[in-house]
Write a protein that binds this ligand. Structure first.
Ligand code: SAM
Length: 254
C-alpha cells in the first residue's frame, strides 16, 4: 500500500469517528489552520500493541459495527479498564453509549480482568441533548439511530451479564439510579459542552482515589465545546490530566 493511500485511510478513519468531522475538516481546508490549534495529528511512534492483542482484536471485531470510535481510542479504553482493575473498588460508568460499542468493549475487558463490578451504560437513546453556543457543529438529536433494546441485544450476544442500562438524560434523570455507587472509571462520550461538564461534576466526587475519567471528544474540531470544558476542568487541583494524541483527555483523581 502506498504511503499516500495509508495517509488517506488514516484521515478517513478519523473523519468517520465523529458524525460531522467532514464538515470540520472542510473548515480546516477552507480557512487554513493558522487561526486554530488544530491539524490532522500523525504521531511518528510505531508501537501498536492493538495489532497483536488477539483478545482485543476478537472483541473489537464484535463491536466495531456498533461504535463511532476508532481503534486507537477503543484500545485505550480497553487498556484503561485493565489499569482500573488495579484499584480496590468502584463500578464502571459510560455516558454516551449510542449502539453500545465502547460500552460493551469495556464491559468485556472488565469481565476478562476478573472485575466483579457493575458496568453502567447511560444514554438518552434519543440523541444528543443540551446543545449550546459553545457547540458549533451540533443542533441536538444527533445519534438517535439506536435503542436500548439494541444495546441489550449486543450485551446479551457477548455474554455481558454485569451490564446495566439506564435510559434518560444524565445526570438529571438517571443519576439518581446510581446515587449510592462509587466508580473506578468513567467514559464520557456525549459530544457537547454542557452535558460533559454536568457529567464530570457529578462523577468526580464519586470516583475513588486513582479513579479515571476519560473524555472521548477532546481532540476534535467538531466537538470544540468538550475541548473547552476539559480545559476549564483541568485547572482543578485534585487531578492529573493527560492529553492523548488519539483525541482523548484522561483525568486521574489524585
Ligand atoms: C457519539 S455518541 C456515543 C458513541 C459511543 N460511545 C460509541 O461507542 O460509538 C453520543 C451519545 O451521547 C448521548 N448523550 C448525549 N448527551 C447525553 C446526556 N446528557 N445523557 C445521556 N446521554 C447523552 C447521545 O444520545 C448519543 O447516543
Amino acid at each position: 500500500m502506498s504511503v499516500l493511500t495509508q495517509g488517506a485511510q488514516y484521515v478517513f478513519r478519523y473523519a468517520r469517528s465523529k458524525f460531522d468531522s467532514f464538515q470540520a475538516f472542510g473548515e480546516l481546508g477552507e480557512k487554513g489552520t493558522s487561526h486554530l490549534p488544530h491539524s490532522v495529528v500523525t504521531p511518528l511512534a510505531t508501537y501498536s500493541p492493538w495489532k497483536t492483542d488477539a483478545e482485543f482484536q476478537r472483541v473489537f471485531n464484535l463491536v466495531r459495527g456498533s461504535t463511532l470510535v476508532d481503534i486507537f481510542r477503543c484500545y485505550e479504553l480497553w487498556s484503561l479498564v485493565a489499569e482500573a482493575s488495579k484499584l480496590p473498588s468502584g463500578d464502571i460508568l459510560e455516558v454516551g453509549v449510542w449502539r453500545g460499542g465502547t460500552g460493551c468493549l469495556m464491559a468485556s475487558q472488565a469481565k476478562r480482568s476478573g472485575l466483579g463490578c457493575a458496568v453502567h451504560l447511560c444514554d438518552t437513546f434519543e440523541g444528543v441533548v443540551k446543545v449550546g453556543g459553545k457547540d458549533r457543529h451540533y443542533h441536538g438529536g444527533e445519534h438517535a439511530d439506536t435503542s436500548k433494546a439494541r444495546v441489550e441485544a449486543l450485551a446479551g450476544e457477548m455474554g455481558l451479564e454485569h451490564v446495566t442500562l439506564h435510559q434518560g438524560i444524565f445526570p438529571e434523570q438517571t443519576g439518581p439510579e446510581l446515587e449510592s455507587c462509587t466508580f473506578r472509571l468513567c467514559h464520557i462520550d456525549v459530544d457537547v459542552y454542557q452535558s460533559c461538564m454536568d457529567i464530570f461534576d457529578w462523577v468526580w466526587p464519586r470516583l475513588v482515589s486513582g479513579g479515571i475519567a476519560v473524555f472521548d471528544d477532546y481532540g476534535f474540531l467538531s466537538t470544540g465545546g468538550v475541548t473547552r470544558g476539559v480545559n476549564e476542568r483541568r485547572l482543578k487541583r485534585d487531578c492529573l490530566m493527560l492529553h492523548n494524541l488519539n483525541g482523548h483527555a484522561v483525568f486521574v483523581k489524585t
